[in-house]
Design a protein around this ligand. Structure first.
Ligand code: PGA
Length: 257
């Protein structure tokens, strides 16, 4: 696992560099995308680079991690709607090449179809991840099987609470979601986990330095050959080997890596 600690205001541009390098290497890359507040600055940066003709998504495809069951794509809190607003409507990706689990169709078959579609597209080249305060990735809550594939998950009370801010008081907040599984995520060729702020520090420490455990689903990334954890100083504040990770990055940059 490569741990990159950077100033908060550089996280989005460093993450965008990784996405753009991937698209330069392979213009028809399959990107795994995430929702939540964390990737918003990255998406803004990608839109800006697209507008400056520094990157094109014309041949790319995307698969999002998760979607609420019971929210249609037009619902403002659905993750399909979020992706349209935050990214897809502003870049040249082909609409039919963007995939978000369908929260309105029969969930069991829809999960299977989603997993098959990822396989048919050749697998995910680069998966972007946020992390929950409880260490979840996608909606793989604590206790999720490390071998899981796309399926239905019940959200924990802490996740429901963390996401309540997006819903109006009188608005229905689903407690079920379709999410890629941990094995689905681990099958991606490269993974980029982003985290900012003190509130994520404990989850980041357990992810990077804790035992590999279904209790901290993100710790499964310890099993991945090409996982980058890109975090700001606050999110890195509980890492025991923080200075070592900084030193590793210095060495890499001296070697031009
Ligand atoms: P956040 O959510 O980016 O809104 O903090 C991350 C997550 O729950 O995976």
């Amino acid at each position: 696992m490569r741990v990159v600690i950077a100033p908060s205001d550089q996280i989005a541009s460093k993450a965008a560099d990784i996405v753009c390098q991937q698209l330069q290497r392979k213009p028809d890359s399959v990107l795994g995308l995430a929702t939540g507040s964390t990737p918003v600055a990255l998406y803004r940066e990608l839109i800006s680079r697209y507008q400056q003709q520094q990157v094109s998504f014309a041949r790319a495809a995307s698969f999002n991690l998760d979607e609420y069951i019971g929210l249609s794509s037009e619902h403002p809190q659905s993750y399909r709607y979020f992706m349209q607003q935050q990214l897809f409507d502003h870049i040249d990706i082909m609409p039919e090449q963007t995939h978000v689990p369908d929260g309105m169709s029969e969930p069991l078959s829809s999960c299977q179809a989603y997993e098959q579609a990822i396989g048919a597209a050749g697998g995910i080249d680069l998966q972007i991840l946020g992390i929950g305060h409880n260490g979840h990735i996608g909606f793989n809550e604590p206790g999720s099987s490390l071998s899981s594939h796309t399926r239905i998950k019940t959200l924990t009370p802490t996740t429901l609470e963390a996401n309540r801010r997006f819903f109006r008081d009188d608005e229905f907040q689903p407690c079920l979601a379709i999410t890629m599984g941990i094995a689905t995520i681990l099958q991606s060729r490269q993974v980029l986990l982003l985290a900012s702020g003190e509130a994520k520090a404990e989850a980041v420490q357990r992810t990077v330095e804790g035992p590999l455990s279904a209790f901290t689903p993100a710790s499964s990334l310890q099993m991945h050959e090409h996982a980058i954890v890109l975090i700001d100083e606050a999110a890195a504040s509980q890492l025991q080997l923080r200075d070592y990770y900084l030193w590793c990055e210095q060495q890499r940059s001296q070697l031009g890596m």
